[in-house]
Design a protein around this ligand. Sequence first.
Ligand code: FNR
Length: 183
Amino acid sequence: MATIIGIAGSLRRGSYNAALLRAAAELAPPGTAVEIASLAGIPLYDGDAESEHGIPPAVTELKDRIASAGGLLLATPEYNSSIPGVLKNAIDWLSRPPKDVFGVFGEKPVALIGATPGMGGTRLAQAAWLPVLRTLGARAWSGRQLYVAGAGKVFDPDGRLVDEKVRALLSELMAGFAKFIGG
Ligand code: FNR
């Protein structure tokens, strides 16, 4: 069984990106499991806190999970045409200390998806992640792209992905990414 760690870059209870990630887990092909990780417990990065107390337990646990997974799936919101701070903050912590970066992210297959109530479908946020992934030495997957716009109509009030076209695109994306990681 290939395992993909899924992270949504939003702390919002009704997050569209968390809903998209749940749909990705549901639509993953047989033989592939998406384990959804939480950003809860990851503090703001503070170099003094790192020097004095080391890496927070929630960060160490997530580093270990990513290191042993076959791939990483990021469901990213778009804030001011770029990366959302909470997810960048988490990735920054996960990249500490530098000696661990290759073990966590090196050559790790990473896929990006994202949802927004706006028109752009998180295109700019997804593009903004690419230099970050390159810096980490990850293998950004450049197969099927998914930019979910108009999220208010694509999910029902319970956060279920109800748009059949988007479900089909997400299924294809998950099948392609699973193949990429060898699942
Ligand atoms: C946004 N939003 C937004 N949407 C977008 O498509 N492009 C953008 O540049 C921005 N910028 C932006 C900045 C800030 C500070 C906020 C709070 C919001 C709207 C954003 O897509 C929306 O709040 C989503 O619902 C956030 O994702 P979750 O929390 O639903 O996963």
